[in-house]
Design a binder for this molecule. Structure first.
Ligand code: 5GP
Length: 191
């Protein structure tokens, strides 16, 4: 998606540890006009799939998922990062290793919000090592729902997540795939 790639080049900042900062438009301050274009693009890519629910993970996926949901006209459910040790009964659970914070946490979704009849589209801001996406995928599969695929805004193609998640049979649609990034050469996108 050219508009997105242009914005990443203009405002993205490459940080130590393979981190791309896009705080000025994606996951701190949010450019809602850009989010609308992202939402339309996801809708175009999954137009045939009769999506009934969008699933994302708090916090940075929520804004993108909500704007996209306006085009799909379906509810958004976000997986909560669980703080407590004792997980209550009526939830699906998974584990996610945080790429940016380096620790593992539980994610939960109440069973009542993911049904067997649901056709679920997962949406998230980044795909790096794939832990968040695999954790969300597990919740959908535990619910017996159908996973139609995942819509990712930025995939860092030089990390293993994309290949790993696709090897689990998940259709992943990324709007911008970065093949390399470093201070000297800048950002290289996959065509
Ligand atoms: P993964 O689970 O695929 O390793 O990482 C995905 C999650 O880590 C995303 O939900 C995103 O919040 C965060 N993340 C991964 N890489 C980056 C990055 O380069 N920049 C930012 N801002 N977040 C990232």
């Amino acid at each position: 998606m050219q508009l997105l790639k242009d914005r990443i080049i203009k405002d993205g900042k490459i940080r130590f540890g393979n981190v791309l900062k896009v705080d000025s438009f994606l996951n701190h301050q949010m450019d809602i006009e850009l989010f609308s274009e992202i939402g339309k693009e996801f809708k175009n890519r999954f137009i045939e799939d009769e999506v009934t629910k969008i699933l994302t993970i708090e916090a940075s996926g929520i804004g993108i998922a909500c704007i996209a949901a306006q085009y799909f006209k379906v509810p958004v459910v976000f997986a909560k990062k669980n703080q407590t040790k004792n997980i209550a009964g009526d939830v699906y659970t998974g584990k996610v290793e945080s790429f940016t914070h380096g620790r593992t946490y539980d994610i939960i979704v109440a069973k009542e919000f993911l049904q067997q009849e649901d056709k679920v589209l997962i949406i998230d801001d980044f795909l790096a090592n794939g832990s968040a996406l695999l954790g969300l995928t597990k919740l959908v599969r535990d619910a017996g729902a159908t996973l139609v695929g995942a819509g990712i805004v930025i995939e860092k193609g030089f990390q293993e997540g994309g290949e790993l998640v696709r090897s689990h049979g998940v259709r992943v649609e990324s709007l911008a795939i970065i093949d390399s990034m470093n201070e000297e050469d800048g950002l290289v996108f996959r065509n």
